[in-house]
Design a protein around this ligand. Structure first.
Ligand code: PEP
Length: 252
């Protein structure tokens, strides 16, 4: 039997404003006060809003997340944000390897692995994203691609791999409204869990989230799968009622 607690993380991407963030978080934290979640909850917000959101989340059950981190420790890296800076702002989770970073910013498996190391060294839990493109899925390469992406991080972290959160995000499902079926997702999650289990003694307990057009209507079916431990939610995390419904679907 598993005792892995479900985890719902929102990824706001490059959305928001001081005003919109305050309204969204007010609705979310109020909803969670009325109906306390059975799962862990976090929101990964744009860098300029980390301090605002840290203050707005004080005393709530929602944890603060960042969407990226520099692969470098400190110094002459204009525009970058270090893991230590994120820790300073109370960040508990950091996304690494999101497909939008791999695709638009040329992030390699090695860069993703280094970023995960930086976060862990600063006491922040990396949410490592892996996923195949549509072409890779159609070529029957899903298993090989996600295994390679995870292996790069596992090699860099060694036994510390058991401290990450993993997110399976098929690229073809992100922001497209096209969701993996629960069976498709479960198949990949089971393979990823087996890989984690063989990488470290506690590897089987690593939370493995699904991401890719998860919404209020499909969350329950996805979350009912034995190896789906939660969701990484993009678009639906920007609408409080939808995000709250997804959280409500995530029973411990
Ligand atoms: C994401 O950005 O990680 C994501 C899963 O987005 P969406 O839910 O919008 O597909």
């Amino acid at each position: 039997m598993t005792t892995r607690q479900k985890f719902i993380a929102g990824n706001w991407k490059m959305n928001g404003s001081l005003q919109a963030n305050a309204a969204l978080l007010k609705a979310i934290t109020q909803g969670l006060r009325e109906q306390p979640p059975a799962c862990k909850v976090a929101v990964a917000v744009p860098m300029p809003y980390l301090a605002q959101v840290q203050a707005l989340l004080a005393g709530s059950s929602v944890q603060l997340g960042a969407q990226d981190v520099s692969q470098h420790e400190a110094g002459a890296y204009t525009g970058e944000t270090s893991a230590a800076m994120l820790a300073d702002l109370g960040v508990r989770y950091g996304l690494v390897g999101h497909s939008e970073r791999r695709q638009y910013h040329g992030e390699t498996d090695a860069v993703v692995a280094t970023k995960a190391q930086r976060l862990l060294a600063a006491g922040i839990t990396p949410i490592v994203c892996v996923g195949e493109t549509l072409a890779e899925r159609e070529a029957g390469q899903t298993g090989t691609v996600v295994a390679r992406q995870l292996a790069a991080v596992a090699e860099a972290l060694g036994q510390q791999i058991e401290k990450i959160v993993l997110a399976y995000e098929p690229v073809w499902a992100i922001g497209t409204g096209r969701t993996a079926t629960p069976e498709q997702a479960q198949q990949v999650h089971a393979a990823l869990r087996a890989q984690l289990a063989s990488a470290a003694p506690g590897g089987a307990m690593v939370p493995v989230l699904y991401g890719g057009s998860m919404n209020a209507a499909n969350a329950a079916d996805l979350l009912a799968q034995s190896d789906i431990d939660g969701g990484l939610i993009g678009g639906a995390a920007l609408k409080a009622p939808d995000f709250l419904k997804i959280i409500g679907a995530a029973q411990a």
